[in-house]
Design a protein. Structure first.
Length: 276
């Protein structure tokens, strides 16, 4: 009987079809096992949101500047980089979580080639509002302090005829000519109305009398920037740094989007935009 069983199993073992079926079953099991494997989860529930906001407020001391969505976004991005840092065993460097996040950020940050002049000018054109200051003006003036307004009746004609500003007027706590001055600073010195009159003056023409907080003035605008827009040449030094920084941030954000696909991130619906 034992010999018959052994003979049967030997014949079955030699059967190719059996090998095929067993292989198919094994492959199906492996595929099914792989399909059931769940992604790791990052959970940010309402309680976690409150905790994150409290920690952020305690860290900055400025509640008004905080955004719950921005706080959640920062946490998720940090958690993605933290977990990826652990996968890459960066903890062997002896760093803690924040250090790991910073180190992971540096690893995700690519080396960006220097921008061309064309790229910088295009970047400037797209971000002009970013490179805008307060309106500004520079001017020369003839002034009399309040209470000492012994002003010649024909002062306008005298100035237009080319009379030196040093021949008329009185000493004042104002430089002459006034260098390029931002409008808010001019308003503090002369008052809002007087500063407004100066800003409305035409370049190269004597205008007055303009009554300010400190006296009476005749002014001639030397240069004026009413829009506050800064020309490319003036901001070219900082443009490259801003451009490179933006390119690196875009590259890191793209890497974070790829990392996020490897996790199941659960957040309240109103914070879905915080996920990379």
């Amino acid at each position: 009987m034992t010999e018959r069983l052994a003979s049967f199993f030997r014949s079955v073992y030699r059967e190719p079809m059996l090998h095929f079926l067993l292989g198919a079953v094994l492959i199906a099991w492996l595929l099914q096992s792989g399909g059931e494997e769940e992604l790791p989860v990052i959970v940010v529930d309402e309680a976690k949101v409150k905790e994150l906001v409290r920690e952020a407020e305690a860290g900055t001391g400025n509640v008004s500047s905080l955004s719950a969505e921005a706080t959640v976004s920062k946490y998720i991005r940090g958690e993605l980089m933290y977990r990826e840092a652990l996968k890459r065993e960066l903890y062997r460097n002896g760093s803690f979580r924040d250090s790991l996040v910073r180190e992971m950020y540096q690893q995700l940050e690519p080396v960006i080639a220097e921008p061309t002049e064309e790229q910088l000018r295009a970047f400037y054109k797209e971000n002009k509002e970013r490179y805008r200051a307060h309106p500004s003006v520079s001017f020369e003036h003839v002034s009399w302090p309040n209470g000492e307004e012994d002003i010649p009746e024909n002062i306008g004609e005298l100035l237009e005829s080319g009379m030196s500003v040093k021949q008329v007027g009185r000493p004042m706590p104002m430089k002459n000519p006034m260098p390029e001055t931002l409008l808010p600073l001019l308003e503090r010195q002369l008052g809002k109305d007087a500063a407004g009159e100066v800003m409305e003056s035409k370049e190269g023409e004597w205008v007055g009398p303009i009554r300010s907080n400190i006296g009476v003035h005749y002014v001639r605008v030397l240069s004026i920037n009413r829009t506050g827009e800064l020309p490319y040449e003036r901001v070219a030094v900082v443009l490259k740094g801003h451009w490179l920084s933006e390119q690196r941030e875009r590259a890191v954000e793209e890497s974070l989007r790829e990392l996020a696909r490897e996790y199941r991130i659960e957040v309240p619906e109103r914070y879905r935009g915080s996920i990379p």
